[in-house]
Design a protein around this ligand. Structure first.
Ligand code: A2P
Length: 269
């Protein structure tokens, strides 16, 4: 079914920009990405999210989505799950180039480098679609001004859910200006929990056992030199936060910077 129905295009409510879809990529039967045009008035900081969706029966149906694209990119990109009975994603998964999507005018969020105290290594721990805000951050040059090293850890159930794997491990390193910034400084650490893979297990187990530090050749997490950003399911965020707090980390917010920050990987329907 088309993303927008009816002969006359519905009027876009004032809180949103109506943007045209330009590209769609289906990773699996449960996961896809899409790009759309970007209003020149739409400004955001890497790590933020906005309300994204469709006009359904004359009304906006939206959910929070983190921007995957970097702030300097011309278009916007998003990563979404597909839930066959999900009110939004059952429809959004069918968008095609030329369709109109709603982009909320007010991006927000806590996964910002300015919410972290200065540090040497920035760790990004994500599960599932929680990798989205980190895709924007790893392509934000300012991140490499603030940190000597950036580690992006992504855990999923199955290998084919490792969205952006090729972009992170290859394309970024060949990019005309980011290539130089990320060389030797951006480390990618994918892991899979329900299939055979080079690195198996939850991020919590990989940190507790110390395997991630051995694999990367880095010292264990310490609140003196390390900063952490978390984005995953509620359970993952809670477990990793508890692990960090036990190691002396303190949560930062838009009011006060800390040694780690958290955001939910939002869309589940
Ligand atoms: P697992 O397969 O062991 O549940 P989901 O698709 O359910 O959001 O999960 C995405 C990934 O996050 C899976 O690899 C899953 O591992 C992992 N995960 C789920 N809950 C937690 C948690 N509490 N702590 C760490 N990782 C988790």
């Amino acid at each position: 079914s088309p993303a927008t129905t009816g002969a006359a295009a519905p009027k876009i409510p004032a809180a949103f920009h109506g943007e045209a879809v330009t590209w769609v990529h289906h990773w699996t039967d449960r996961l896809f990405s899409f790009r759309c045009t970007r209003n020149e008035g739409f400004r955001f900081v890497a790590g933020q999210f906005a309300m994204i969706g469709l006009m359904v029966e004359g009304k906006p149906l939206v959910r929070a989505y983190s921007m995957v694209s970097a702030p300097w990119e011309e278009e916007l990109e998003f990563l979404s799950i597909k839930v066959q009975r999900g009110p939004l994603t059952s429809r959004l998964q069918h968008v095609k180039p030329g369709d109109t999507v709603l982009i909320g005018r007010k991006p927000t969020g806590t996964l910002l480098t300015e919410n972290l105290l200065p540090g040497r290594t920035l760790w990004m721990f994500s599960t599932g679609t929680g990798i989205a805000p980190f895709m924007s951050l790893i392509r934000e040059p300012e991140v490499y001004d603030r940190f000597e090293r950036v580690v992006l850890a992504h855990t999923v159930r199955q290998v084919d859910e490792l969205a952006y794997r090729n972009l992170i491990s290859h394309e970024l390193h060949e990019h005309e200006f980011l290539g130089e910034l990320v060389a030797g400084r951006l480390l990618y650490y994918p892991s899979v929990t329900r299939e055979a893979f080079q690195t198996q297990g939850r991020i919590t187990a990989l940190v507790e056992s110390g395997r991630i530090f051995d694999d990367l050749g880095l010292p264990p997490l310490s609140p003196e030199s390390d900063r952490v950003m978390l984005c995953g399911s509620e359970a993952m965020n809670a477990d990793v936060s508890a692990m960090l707090e036990a190691r002396g980390f303190a949560e930062g917010s838009n009011h006060e910077p800390g040694s780690y920050v958290v955001e939910k990987a939002f869309v589940t329907k």
